[in-house]
Ligand binder design. Structure first.
Ligand code: NDP
Ligand code: GDR
Length: 357
């Protein structure tokens, strides 16, 4: 057992959980993750990292548990004896949180409290000065109070999900101030990647675009195209989580790019990359509107830059391109007769290129 670098991650099967696992394994950590029992496998994002736990070289271990089940959380803490805990587990879809508010608040809000209580007792019993990261969200800013949003901007949550994240945020602050727990809140703005869940708008767009090119889909149904988000690259954001726990003192940090783009601008770049006009494919469906919308998010990452030395490495345009490319690659569209799509698409639309072969 690695006594110094042992991380426990809730939400390890999610987008961020998988990137954080990669990051921590590269840094020499032993990584333990909590997974939910499901009737079909939910470890796709981790499969490339998984090693048989019987292998003496294994450094990634998975444990069944759930943020709604405090007894199990306690038992896992006792078994794993982590030095760092990353609480990434959540019902993380804002629109879905309006459909399932009680469950969302139980997992996101009460789940955080259950974990913090378990951490408090574990720390008291073992004397291990465990460090705790809470996955906070720019959704907590909700209805615009100021731009850009920083650590001092007041919260105005506009969904059950965001309300629960605000609760989790303040509980984390309270455990820091009441019990001296090394606990940090990351207030992370939207971050995306080819591993992004397929129902979040960015991935929904890039996946649909690839399917349109492959002739598997004709239309893409979306809701509000005017909302603006500060979109970064997930791999950059998990580095910020880790950096927070390496500081001398625990604190809260906004993590963002400082740029904002609308959903429509995302469509422009994605479809533009393959020389298609999104207006030919996108239809409106009111099902994807939220009862209350968050219109404009743009973060001020100055504190993270100055104190953590953190900066984002991927531009919005490159992020969109990477996601489009990944979805096209997964459908076998990225190379045509061995030549890269970019070579072909310089003078022709991708559709033409594909039809030509
Ligand atoms: P995902 O939706 O990709 O992953 C969520 C993870 O939480 C999955 O592993 C999921 O498991 C797990 N989970 C869901 N419900 C429970 C539960 N009841 N108990 C234990 N685990 C559960 O989210 P991301 O990776 O994108 O985000 C990670 C965290 O960061 C989340 O807390 C999210 O709210 C927050 N966040 C995300 C941002 C983003 O832009 N991505 C921005 C700001 C905050 P399963 O695979 O079984 O469903
Ligand atoms: P968000 O991400 O709500 O910001 O939460 P999402 O991609 O779901 O929505 C972004 C914006 O796009 C608009 N939109 C649509 N959204 C979805 N999902 N599907 C659609 O068809 C669609 N059409 C338009 C939305 O209205 C919204 O304005 C994400 C999650 O990862 C949270 O867990 C995290 O806390 C925040 O980012 C920061």
């Amino acid at each position: 057992m690695n006594q110094d670098k042992r991380a426990l991650i809730t939400g390890i099967t999610g987008q961020d959980g998988s990137y954080l696992t990669e990051f921590l394994l590269e840094k020499g950590y032993e990584v333990h993750g909590i997974i939910r029992r499901t009737s079909t496998f939910n470890t796709d994002r981790l499969d490339h990292l998984y090693q048989d736990p019987h292998d003496p070289a294994a450094r990634l271990y998975l444990h069944y548990g759930d943020l709604t089940d405090g007894t199990t959380l306690r038992r896992i803490l006792e078994t794993v004896q982590p030095t760092e805990i990353y609480n990434l587990g959540a019902q993380s879809h804002v629109r879905v949180s309006f459909d399932s508010p009680e469950y969302t608040v139980d997992a996101v809000g009460m789940g955080t409290l259950r974990l913090l209580e378990a951490v408090r007792d574990y720390r008291h019993r073992t004397g291990i000065n465990v460090k705790y990261y809470q996955a906070g969200s720019s959704e907590m800013f909700g209805k615009v109070q100021a731009v850009p949003q920083s650590e001092t901007t007041p919260f105005y949550p506009r969904s059950p999900y965001a309300c629960a994240k605000v609760y989790a945020h303040w509980q984390t602050v309270n455990y820091r101030e009441s019990y001296g727990l090394f606990a940090c809140n990351g207030i992370l703005f939207n971050h995306e990647s080819p591993r992004r869940g397929e129902t979040f708008v960015t991935r929904k767009i890039t996946r649909a675009l690839a399917r349109i090119l492959a002739g598997k889909q004709d239309k893409l149904y979306l809701g509000n195209l005017d909302a603006k988000r500060d979109w970064g690259y997930a791999k950059d954001y998990v580095r910020a989580m880790w950096l927070m726990l390496q500081q001398d003192e625990p604190d809260d940090y906004v993590v963002a790019t400082g740029e904002t783009y609308s959903v429509q601008e995302f469509l422009d770049v994605a479809f533009g990359y393959v020389n298609l006009n999104w207006r030919d494919y996108v239809e409106f469906d009111e099902r994807y509107l939220r009862p209350a919308e968050v219109e404009l998010l743009i973060g001020d990452p100055t504190k993270a830059k100055e104190r953590l030395g953190w900066t984002p490495s991927v531009t919005f345009q490159d992020l969109v391109k990477v996601m489009v490319q990944a979805d096209m690659r997964s459908l076998g569209l990225i190379t045509v007769n061995g030549a890269s799509l970019e070579e072909h698409s310089e003078n022709a639309t991708v559709r033409e290129v594909l039809l030509a072969y």
